[in-house]
Design a protein around this ligand. Sequence first.
Ligand SMILES: [Zn+2]
Length: 191
Amino acid sequence: MLSELIKKKNLFSHLYEIDKKTAERYRQLPCPYCGGPLYFSNYMRKPRGEPEDVPEKYFIQFSLCCGTEGCRKRLTPPSCRFMGRKVYWFAVILCILTDFQNTYEKASVSDWSMRTGICRNTIKRWLAFFHDTFPASRIWRRLRGQISACVRNSNLPSSFINYCRTLKSTAEDALVIGLICLSDGSKIRAG
Ligand SMILES: [Zn+2]
């Protein structure tokens, strides 16, 4: 089960370090609106679904703010920990849905809700998002052209995570590359 991974603090540390590097890379770029300098203007989030005793810094949402008077636009660098404004960790959403879809003949959403402790309606909303909204997103359309046709749009996100599993030797590496690709649409690489 992929969900075993979200019980490990290790994963959250790994994802935090990736986000930190991404945010630093974006901070060094000029403001896309006025060309001015960007500064960190981070804040804390209260995501759900992590194991106990995860250090508080992993809850930081990296955020950037333009320093030019009159612009001051805010920018959010891509994050593989948070999926937009969704409350649960991105990794939790992907693991729970992938396990559900990989075994769905045997379990209903209600069963899955009981097993995971996550509200039935929340799981239904995530499934609806990946079914109805995500396939048309810019990130997915960009990735779509780079990956095997056997990854079915109708069975996201498990079809994509299962595909990542064929490229990586461990489940954790597969999940991490999946999170990176789904958060900023960067090129997927085998190895
Ligand atoms: Zn600006």
